[in-house]
Design a protein around this ligand. Structure first.
Ligand code: PLP
Length: 365
């Protein structure tokens, strides 16, 4: 927030070029890529639109596994621009496996790209084995596109090592920056396709590449948000990627333990549980609106509700960016107090104890 208080500079001048150069270098560190990276002034959906439009020509087939609201939107981006979406429906709370991806390519030929949401924010399910999935895509000469909007910076994603051709990340999630920026990585294989695709106007990646040579963007960037992103990336470098992923993992495990001790059923299947979004079904007789309102008004803890068909049935807790034992134990404590206020019968303290034990065991290691 302090970084954003600086005066706004000319986005065609040397100070901006220096700022953008540093941001791009540090983004390459976070994406773990030697490919090109870009920052667009748009929300996450703009990044998804950009990724799809720059590889799509009319009638092209793009495969999208659909397991929640954001993968539905990714699928919609394909059809909105004249693509043919090859859809694999996966249970919400699960995610596609390499065997299912293999099956998909056996059944359907000439797939131009396989596009997946790494972390389905609407269900708290993370797609695992992306490296294997990437290899299957390349074996079938398809591009591998990853919507990592809600997870980049909170769980591992070495873009080059996992063969991700286009990766999209959002500023407002694990990158600790306010909403309004979206980051993309693009490799050589993706450029080859982009050069022949029917592209976008505002999101034309070839224009962005042209201006990148001079560390500028084709259109006016949200300079103030760039300041915030710059600072956040410096913080991420200071912490280091692996310690950061470990911290998210520990915080998520603590929350899962606390919620389960309170009797909540975790929404995703265990093997797909996210370490950046924790989603749980409501206990019987606990009303979504009342629960979240009390939590927010009385205890100042904001959690999200369910989305789409899960509205009212579950709630979701973000474990993203600036998160530590303090926030986790505060959240679990507030949830216990709210349950008590709502007249739920349970052994008060059992959730906090379970959550705290996870941290205690870690510090004894
Ligand atoms: N994809 C995923 C996985 C998301 O979590 C979100 C937002 O939460 C989006 C896409 C859309 O991003 P935005 O709302 O910033 O446009």
């Amino acid at each position: 927030m302090r970084a954003m208080a600086k005066p706004v500079i000319n986005h065609r001048g040397p100070e901006f070029r220096e700022l953008y150069r540093r941001i791009l270098n540090n983004l390459k560190f976070v994406f773990e890529t030697k490919g090109d990276v870009f920052v667009l002034t748009a929300s996450g959906t703009g990044g998804v639109e950009c990724a799809i439009r720059n590889i799509l020509s009319n009638g092209d087939k793009i495969a999208v596994p659909v397991n929640g609201v954001f993968s539905e939107r990714l699928r919609n981006a394909v059809t909105a621009f004249g693509g043919k979406s090859i859809e694999t429906t996966i249970d919400w709370g699960s995610a596609i496996t390499p065997a299912q991806v293999e099956d998909l390519f056996e059944k359907e030929k000439n797939i131009k790209a396989f596009a997946v949401v790494y972390n389905e924010t609407s269900t708290g399910a993370t797609t695992r084995n992306l490296k294997e999935i990437g290899k299957i895509c390349h074996d079938h000469e398809a591009l591998f596109v990853v919507d990592a909007i809600s997870i980049l910076g909170g769980d591992e994603l070495p873009v080059d090592e996992w063969g991700v051709d286009i990766c999209v990340a959002g500023s407002q999630k694990c990158l600790m920056t306010p909403p309004g920026l979206v980051m993309l990585s693009v490799n050589e294989a993706a450029w080859k396709i982009a050069e022949t695709a029917r592209r976008s106007y505002y999101f034309d990646l070839l224009e962005y590449r042209k201006f990148l040579a001079n560390y500028e963007t084709p259109y006016t960037p949200a300079v103030t948000l760039f300041y915030a992103l710059d600072e956040a990336l410096l913080m991420m470098k200071e912490e280091g990627l692996q310690p950061r992923y470990n911290r998210h993992n520990l915080c998520a495990r603590s929350l899962y333990a606390g919620l389960e001790a309170l009797g909540f059923q975790i929404f995703p299947r265990p093997e797909f549980r996210s370490q950046v979004v924790v989603a749980a079904n409501y206990l019987p007789k606990i009303d979504d609106k009342k629960f979240r309102e009390l939590l927010r008004e009385k205890y100042h803890v904001v959690v999200a509700g369910g989305m789409g068909k899960l509205k009212g049935a579950m709630f979701r807790i973000g474990v993203m960016g600036i998160v530590s034992q303090l926030e986790i134990l505060t959240t679990i404590g507030a949830i216990e107090s709210t349950l008590l206020d709502l007249g739920h019968e349970f052994e008060y303290g059992v959730g906090s104890r379970a959550a705290r034990d996870v941290f205690a065991r870690q510090s004894q290691r």
